[in-house]
Design a protein around this ligand. Structure first.
Ligand code: CMC
Length: 440
């Protein structure tokens, strides 16, 4: 069977698997766009075998209508809208609603959602004291994950049928409160008092104000910073079955509540191969600047198979071309630096040089490794004054509506079952038990 998007040939309705003299017929699963699937749910019962696919790189774990991704051509769409249009014309909350409800809100729906978000923006005072018990050098991702799962002790689970949920209190609670938790974890880390959310401010304004104003000094919200933040959160809003979304769906598949499922997704995102890459990129660029290493040296190091080092912010499981989000992030990064009058940021210069060196190198070209979304976001967050250890929290804030949308879709999907894969056992065969006194 071939990829339907790349051939004019009719695609067979079934695939056949021949094994040990038997032929098993496997049904074709049709998409609205993109890769067709082969249904293997009867594979084991009919052959006694299971499929083996480390990292699930060739496995579709669900049917989903939320996000379309064409990695060969660098296309990303949410409910049919191109990421370029959404990033250019929307604010983050519109895209959040699009992901969760399937449609872009009209003015009235947008205002209603903003009212709900404001209503739910404060944290229960009982949760505030939790922050005091974290050591000052705690990573904000640890705090975020723990605080989000704690929400399930303070707030109700989704009420009523999941199919009617979209603007349910649990969903708006999460969307609104996670922003407050993120800002509070930063204030805690710098030993400043918390700044509470305000009903007078929009979503991104509110976040910036909670992060950067203090009882002794107001923070002047720069509209270009606000626009850039909206855009970056939109770039992160969803990316179909990535590692953390798969975790959210997997955890939720056992019937776990939304808060706990999202907390697990936050933990998955933290890793440097996933959302943690944005922090790792800046650390890599700073290391190059501070050590005086040449960019060429770094590229050679990344190519050396005996060295575990990888070029952070490069490569992607699905994109085999330039990540469309990275293109938008790079452009926005330049615009913001110009607007802020930062002029030349040495880290941006190193990043651009690194990108040029890698994209001129056969190793990266042959393996189709291009900058991904994390390559330019950190430099931009840094220019906004957001500290390095908060970068992955920013990614989590952006990804939240995507996680929620997938969790809801999973719960409403009659085909979904508890996630419970098989394995190929390679351990010991049965052996005789040895009592402790006889063990050597
Ligand atoms: N630097 C050097 N070599 C690389 C890199 C890199 N950044 N990425 C992949 N390769 C090589 C890899 O060594 C392998 O080589 P070989 O075929 O000789 O064994 C080949 O390219 C294929 O890589 P892979 O690890 O099999 O690919 P994957 O799909 O399993 O992993 C990835 C994808 C994103 C984890 C990987 O490209 C990577 O580690 N990138 C750096 C970390 C990063 O930037 N992560 C953010 C991803 S995008 C945002 C997000 O999802 O959060």
């Amino acid at each position: 069977m071939q990829n339907g998007s790349q051939t004019e040939q009719p695609i067979p309705v079934t695939a056949e698997l021949q094994y040990d003299g038997r032929t098993v017929t496997l049904p074709r699963i049709d998409p609205s766009m993109g890769d067709h699937g082969i249904g293997i749910s009867r594979l084991r019962s009919e052959t006694g075998m299971v499929s083996y696919d480390p990292g699930l790189a060739n496995t579709a774990s669900c049917r989903s209508a939320i996000t379309y991704l064409d990695g060969e051509n660098g296309v990303l769409m949410h409910h049919g809208y191109a990421i370029e249009d959404l990033a250019q014309h929307c604010v983050f909350l519109e895209v959040a609603l699009l992901l969760i409800t399937g449609t872009l809100p009209n003015r009235e729906e947008r205002s209603q959602f903003t009212r709900l978000m404001n209503k739910n923006s404060m944290l229960h005072e009982g949760m505030i004291q939790f922050f005091d018990n974290y050591p000052e050098n705690s990573h904000p991702m640890a705090i975020l994950s723990a605080m989000v799962v704690s929400l399930s002790s303070f707030y109700p689970e989704i009420a009523g049928p999941i199919s009617e949920v979209p603007l349910d209190e649990t969903v708006t609670n999460l969307l609104s409160k996670m922003r407050t938790i993120a800002a509070f974890s930063y204030k805690k880390s710098i030993g400043e008092p918390f700044v509470y959310p305000s009903h007078k401010l929009r979503y991104c304004e509110n976040f910036l104000n909670m992060m950067f104003s203090s009882p002794v000094a107001d923070y002047q919200i720069d509209p270009v910073v606000e626009t850039t933040l909206n855009r970056f959160l939109i770039l992160h809003a969803d990316h179909e079955q990535n590692a953390s979304t798969t975790v959210v769906r997997g955890v939720g598949s056992s019937g776990t509540n939304l808060y706990a499922s999202i907390a697990a997704g936050i933990s998955s995102l933290w890793g440097t191969l996933h959302g943690g890459a944005n922090q790792a990129v800046i650390e890599m660029l700073e290391d190059i600047r501070n050590s005086g290493k040449r960019v060429k040296q770094i590229v050679e190091q990344a190519k050396d198979r005996s060295n575990p080092f990888r070029l952070m912010g490069f490569g992607h499981r699905v994109y085999k071309t330039y990540d469309p989000r990275a293109r938008i992030a790079k452009q926005s990064c330049r615009e913001l630096l110009d607007h802020l009058g930062i002029g030349r940021d040495p880290l941006l210069d190193i990043a651009v040089e690194l990108e040029e060196a890698a994209l001129a190198d056969d190793y990266f070209l042959e393996k189709k490794l291009y900058p991904n979304v994390d390559f330019y976001t950190g430099i931009t967050y840094r220019a906004m004054g957001i500290p390095t250890n908060m970068f992955t929290v920013m990614f989590a804030l952006g990804r939240l509506p995507g996680w929620i949308a997938h969790w809801l879709e999973m719960r409403n999907d009659p085909e979904q079952r508890i996630v419970r894969p098989r394995q190929i056992y390679v351990g010991q065969k049965p052996r005789a038990f040895v009592p402790v006194q006889e063990r050597g």
